[in-house]
Design a protein around this ligand. Structure first.
Ligand code: F6P
Length: 327
């Protein structure tokens, strides 16, 4: 039996915000209206859905937001939506507003919630990967990653200026939770001397040897990019050990949430816009549940089951690359 055609689309953001979410929201709303559908914004993610914070959006509600970081719809991590009762409330709220499909911009945890929602209530859902971490299985890209990396690169370039003026070693901690992606890209693009991967044994001897070799050949600064892992502060542990066991003092700079804000880059605007369009088109064509993804460089769609795991493998080859290029 052909799926029932949809007449309206609700959109929400879930989990940590990321630059480019507004581009996707704009594309969803305008594509929906262009297709003759009604568009609704859900404020504060799944929590707002449970609490009935749903409002109609028109063409001008998403005007002048393509260049803005964050999300005009705000976001949250909702405990209520994790419960059967919470999801039932959410479904009832959507029905009350005659919203008959839902687009979720977020990470893999948010996608797991969307899948459950579809299984329990049959509401057509589509996911758009949005997180600076680029840690979702099944897609090469998540919206916000490029901007976050660029922000971190600019910060490390500045740190390099002062580090070399003072003959210093810096540990610069980047976001990404348990994913090495931001750390690897930032390290390669800033000429950093080393990377500390999340949840892996730190190779203190190799790091110390590399710094000392650099000093011996007249290098006047070293930058080590530290992936935050389970939470901010890993750099302090590394700092203590380098000082105590190798007599190498180092400064710490934790970049933190600076990486999550600011105007989206070209890539985040472009991919965000394309994924927003494709999510609505797929729902409108009766293709759901699915997630918009990037594969082999193309924006396409994939089943939810492909996109609910973490992509956390740290490729050791990048470590070799970083060390060789900063020899
Ligand atoms: O959105 C992903 C992320 O920024 C991670 O890189 C980071 O570990 C985490 O969110 C921080 O979350 P929050 O400060 O929103 O609790």
């Amino acid at each position: 039996m052909a799926p029932k055609p949809i007449r309206s689309v609700g959109i929400l953001c879930s989990g940590g915000d990321s630059p480019g979410m507004n581009c996707a929201i704009r594309a969803v709303v305008r594509t929906a209206i262009g297709f003759g559908l009604k568009a609704y914004g859900i404020q504060r993610g799944y929590q707002g859905l449970v609490e009935n914070q749903i409002r109609p959006l028109d063409v001008s509600s998403v005007g002048n937001i393509i260049q803005r970081g964050g999300t005009i719809l705000q976001t949250s991590r909702s405990k209520d939506f994790m419960t059967v009762e919470g999801r039932a409330k959410a479904a009832a709220n959507l029905r009350q507003h005659n919203v008959d499909s839902l687009i979720v911009i977020g990470g893999n945890g948010s996608f797991k919630g969307a899948m459950k929602f579809f299984d329990e209530h049959g509401i057509p859902v589509a996911g758009i990967p949005g997180t600076i971490d680029n840690d979702i299985s099944g897609t090469e890209y998540t919206i916000g990653f490029d901007t976050a990396v660029q922000v971190a690169i600019e910060a490390v370039d500045r740190i390099r200026d002062t580090a070399s003026s003072h003959d210093r070693t810096f540990l610069v901690e980047v976001m990404g939770r348990n994913s090495p992606e931001i750390a690897v890209h930032v390290a390669v693009c800033t000429g950093a001397e080393n990377i500390v991967f999340p949840n892996q044994e730190v190779e203190y001897e190799k790091i110390a040897e590399h710094i000392k070799r650099g000093m011996a050949r007249g290098k006047n600064s070293s930058i080590i990019i530290v992936a935050e892992g389970d939470g901010p502060g890993m750099s302090y542990k590394v700092q203590k050990k380098l000082e105590k066991d190798f007599n190498l003092p180092a400064h710490v700079c934790i970049l933190g949430h600076i990486q999550r804000g600011g105007a989206p880059s070209h890539l985040d605007r472009y991919i965000g816009s394309r994924m927003g369009y494709l999510a609505v088109k797929s729902l409108n064509d009766g293709n759901y549940p699915l997630v918009t993804v990037q594969r082999d460089g193309h924006v396409t769609t994939a089943p939810f089951k492909d996109c609910i795991n973490d992509k956390l493998e740290a490729d050791r080859e990048y470590l070799e690359l970083v060390r060789l290029l900063s020899i």
